[in-house]
Design a protein around this ligand. Structure first.
Ligand SMILES: Cc1cc2nc3c(=O)[nH]c(=O)nc-3n(C[C@H](O)[C@H](O)[C@H](O)COP(=O)(O)O)c2cc1C
Length: 205
């Protein structure tokens, strides 16, 4: 699995090859092995394949259209629209899209207090852990993946389309690829890690 961590790449080109059902089930099983706060397992998944994918693309296009028209959640950020358009093209190519939802999430119009916001944060972390397991299991099976949050451009459209309990967290595009994807750079550990203290000698533990 450590190998998968180092070899996973965000894949934005997929070939027309379906993912076998047993492989998909293995990938989803890896998802639900993730840890979750109080083992509440707030994740829900919707797997979209075949002609159904057209409905996802329809939702994305409608969401992007509304944002362009100044009516969407991200209307304030027109600079992000090209990214959403690009992500939609990737989703269109992917033979399989897994939506991950937080069944314990609050609807967007609900005004959360601080405790509720923090509780929601831990549930989203639990769902994200499952999404990462899905990405790693896909890599392990020779399948490319793209974690997408540009789906938020069509938050309302997708939530209505998915029709299951929960708030959308992310969509994972999955498929085989025939392209090598280079690794993206990372900030060095020295930029992102702060150490406090030093390990005690074993005898003083
Ligand atoms: C929460 C999250 C949301 C992301 N959303 C998108 C997206 O909507 N579209 C996209 O092309 N990439 C998206 N990405 C992929 C990132 O751009 C990518 O992980 C990053 O550039 C590092 O590249 P790597 O995954 O190949 O290591 C997302 C990644 C994460 C973790």
């Amino acid at each position: 699995m450590i190998d998968a961590i180092y070899h996973r790449r965000s894949t934005r080109h997929f070939i027309k090859k379906q993912i076998p059902a047993d492989v998909l089930e293995d990938i989803l099983n890896a998802g639900i092995k993730a840890p979750s706060e109080k083992n509440q397992q707030p994740w829900r998944f919707v797997v979209v394949q075949g002609t159904e994918r057209k409905n996802v693309i329809r939702c994305m296009k409608e969401g992007i259209r509304r944002n362009r028209a100044g009516e969407g959640i991200f209307s304030k950020y027109p600079q992000f629209i090209p990214s959403a358009v690009y992500t939609t093209r990737v989703l269109e190519q992917a033979p399989c899209i897994i939506f991950a939802l937080n069944a314990l999430g609050y609807s967007l119009d609900y005004e959360k207090d601080t405790a509720e916001a923090l509780k929601e944060s831990s549930d989203i972390q639990s769902v994200a852990a499952a999404v990462q397991n899905i990405a790693l299991a896909a890599t392990d099976n020779g399948i490319g993946s793209l974690w997408t949050c540009d789906i938020y451009f069509a938050y309302h459209e997708l939530k209505a389309y998915l029709g299951v309990e929960g708030e959308p967290v992310a969509a994972m595009a999955l498929g085989y690829t025939d392209r090598e994807v280079p690794a993206t750079p990372r900030k060095p550990l020295s930029d992102v890690v702060t150490y406090k203290g030093e390990p005690l000698p074993e005898t003083d533990q």
